[in-house]
Design a protein around this ligand. Structure first.
Ligand SMILES: NC(=O)C1=CN([C@@H]2O[C@H](COP(=O)(O)OP(=O)(O)OC[C@H]3O[C@@H](n4cnc5c(N)ncnc54)[C@H](OP(=O)(O)O)[C@@H]3O)[C@@H](O)[C@H]2O)C=CC1
Ligand SMILES: O=CC(=O)O
Length: 304
C-alpha cells in the first residue's frame, strides 16, 4: 500500500520520532511536525515537512496525527493540555499515540478524544533507534479498528509488522510486558559480564559462548561488545527503560502478579538513574553494577 500523498501530523521528534517521521516523508506522506524543541522541526522541514505551531494546530491541519512522546505525563500534557491535541480534534479526526505509556494514560486520552468525536489508537512499538531508522519496528496497536485500517499505510512505512490487539490497553500492556522482559534480560546480562570479569574470565569469550547457544540473541550480540568497552551510546535512554519497568511493575501490582526478577532489575535501573546515567543507553545499567563493585572494593580496603 502506498501513501497516496496522505496527510499525517507527527508530534515528538526525539530519537524515535525523528526517524519515524523521516520514513513517512521518504514514502511520500505529507507530514506536518511539531516538537517542544523547534530545532528538530527545522531539520525535517529541510526534507519536506511542514511545521505546525502547536499540537492543536497540527491536528487541525491533518486528518490523522501520530505522537511519539517521552512518558505518561508528557503524553497527557500534549494531548489534554492547553493548545493540545484534544483542542484540535473534531469528528472524523484520528489520533495515534505511539509513546510507551500505561493503559490508564491511554484510556484517559482515548476518552477525551472520543468526547470530541475523534478516533483513538494506541500503538507503542518494539524496536529501538536502528529499527526506527530502517522502518522495521513492530507496532502494537489497540483501539479504533477503523483508524487502524486507515493508518496502516503509515505503519507500513515505519514498521515491519503491525499487530491489532483489540481494546485500548491491549497495546500498552503488551509493550510493557515485552520491555519488562527486555529490561530484566539486560540487567542479568550486565551482572554476568561483571561476574565474568571479576572471576578473571574473558568477557569476549563469554559473548561467544552465549552467541553459540540457546541464549544467543540480537540484543546481547549488538550491545555486548560496546558494553565491554564501557561505551553506552544512547539508542534507548535508560530513563525510559526504568519508566517501563516501573509501569510494568504497577501492572503486576494491579493484577497481583508476583515479579521478583523484574523488581530486582528495576532497583538496578533506579540506582543507575541516581548515578546520573538516565540519558545514556539502557545498557549503561552495567555501569551501576561496576559502581557497586568499586564501592565494595573500597569498603574492603578500608576495613583491611
Ligand atoms: N529509543 C528507543 O529505543 C525506544 C523508545 N520507545 C518509547 O518511545 C517514546 C519516545 O522515545 P525516544 O524517542 O527514545 O525518547 P526521547 O527522549 O529521545 O524523545 C522524547 C520526546 O518527547 C518530547 N518531550 C519530552 N518532554 C516533553 C514535554 N514536557 N513536553 C513536550 N514534549 C516533551 C521530547 O521533546 P524535546 O525534543 O523537546 O526534548 C521528544 O520529542 C518513549 O515513550 C520511549 O519509551 C519505544 C521503543 C524504542
Ligand atoms: O522500547 C525499547 C525497545 O527497544 O523496544
Amino acid at each position: 500500500m502506498g501513501s497516496d500523498g496522505m496527510d499525517v501530523g507527527f508530534l515528538g521528534l526525539g530519537i524515535m520520532g525523528i526517524a519515524m517521521a523521516r520514513n513517512l516523508l521518504k514514502r511520500g506522506f505529507k507530514v506536518t511536525v511539531w516538537n517542544r524543541s523547534p530545532a528538530k522541526c527545522e531539520e525535517l522541514a529541510k526534507e519536506g515537512a511542514s511545521i505546525g505551531s502547536s499540537p492543536a494546530d497540527v491536528v487541525k491541519k491533518c486528518p490523522i496525527t501520530i505522537a511519539m512522546l517521552a512518558d505518561p505525563s508528557v503524553a497527557l500534557s500534549v494531548a489534554l493540555g492547553p493548545d493540545g491535541v484534544v483542542e484540535g480534534i473534531s469528528p472524523g479526526k484520528g489520533y495515534v499515540d505511539m509513546s510507551t505509556v500505561d493503559s490508564g494514560t491511554s484510556s484517559r486520552i482515548a476518552e477525551a478524544v472520543a468526547a470530541k468525536g475523534g478516533d483513538f489508537l494506541e500503538a507503542p512499538v518494539s524496536g529501538s533507534k536502528q529499527p526506527a531508522e530502517m522502518a522495521t519496528l513492530i507496532i502494537l496497536a489497540a483501539g479504533s479498528k477503523s483508524l487502524f485500517d486507515k493508518v496502516r499505510p503509515a505503519f507500513d512505512a515505519m514498521g515491519k509488522k503491525s499487530f491489532y490487539l483489540n481494546d485500548v490497553g491491549g497495546g500498552a500492556k503488551m509493550k510493557l510486558v515485552v520491555n519488562m522482559i527486555m529490561g530484566s534480560m539486560m540487567a542479568a546480562f550486565s551482572e554476568g559480564l561483571s561476574l565474568a570479569d571479576k572471576a578473571g574470565l574473558s568477557q569476549q569469550t563469554l559473548l561467544e559462548v552465549l552467541e553459540l547457544g540457546a541464549m544467543g540473541n540480537p540484543m546481547f550480540k549488538m550491545k555486548g561488545p560496546s558494553m565491554i568497552d564501557g561505551k553506552y551510546t544512547t539508542a534507548f535512554p535508560l530513563k525510559h527503560q526504568q519508566k517501563d519497568m516501573r509501569l510494568a511493575l504497577a501492572l503486576g501490582d494491579e493484577l497481583a502478579q508476583s515479579m521478583p526478577v523484574a523488581a530486582a532489575a528495576n532497583e538496578t535501573y533506579k540506582k543507575a538513574r541516581s548515578l546520573g546515567l538516565g540519558d545514556q543507553d539502557f545498557s549503561a545499567v552495567h555501569q551501576a553494577l561496576a559502581h557497586e563493585a568499586a564501592n565494595a572494593s573500597d569498603s574492603a580496603k578500608a576495613a583491611a
